[in-house]
Design a protein around this ligand. Sequence first.
Ligand code: ZN
Length: 241
Amino acid sequence: MRTLLLSDIHANLPALEAVLSDARGEFDTAWVLGDTIGYGADPSACIKAVRDLDAIAIAGNHEKAAVGEMTTKDFNPVAREAIEWTGETMSEDELEYVRGLALTEIVDRFTLVHGSPRDPVWEYLETAPQALENLEHFETRACAIGHSHIPFTVGLTGQNIDQVDHVPGDRTQLVGDRLYLNPGSVGQPRDRDNRASYALVDLAEWDVEFRRVEYDIARAQARIHEEGLPEFLAERLEFGQ
Ligand code: ZN
């Protein structure tokens, strides 16, 4: 059985439901890499779905901001408006769950962080130099990250860096003595592909499969309108950026 890897759900319930239905029966554990809430209109339902999965989940910047453990002054105005609404709409029980999420978890041969090992909340790990610099900030063989909303793996062996281009639906061996894996974003993809992104990892076979799933974007947009959240948050879902 495999591990379901989700990140950046961003309160997009139609996207999360589509992913869970696509992956049904193919995984027995789930890891959720932060930003389950923020931007989208269904934070409570998305938190419930993640809790129902019994997932090992960590906090992202949107969780930290929603419970007031981080200032929203560095958020852009649209993100700030959404995160303030998110904090107000969640129940005390949900806020308590979010407060209890750690910034880092270690499971099997993976370290789970939202942004990067050296700065779990803010750093977007996107370049080879960053991948190298971050190696000394985690001890496991692999590191699963989110935050950039771009799916990728990068493997490092000595000074050798392999950035692997994954075709959705293909199972590929995990490459490198150390490696990073980003499953992309379930609820707000930013690589100009508007389908929900996620990954399945086989820890025994040491392979990964990236997947993209179409979902009811119009429904997610309608929910954003219903809750009076900024229009831009609805628009961007259509373009996957
Ligand atoms: Zn995010």
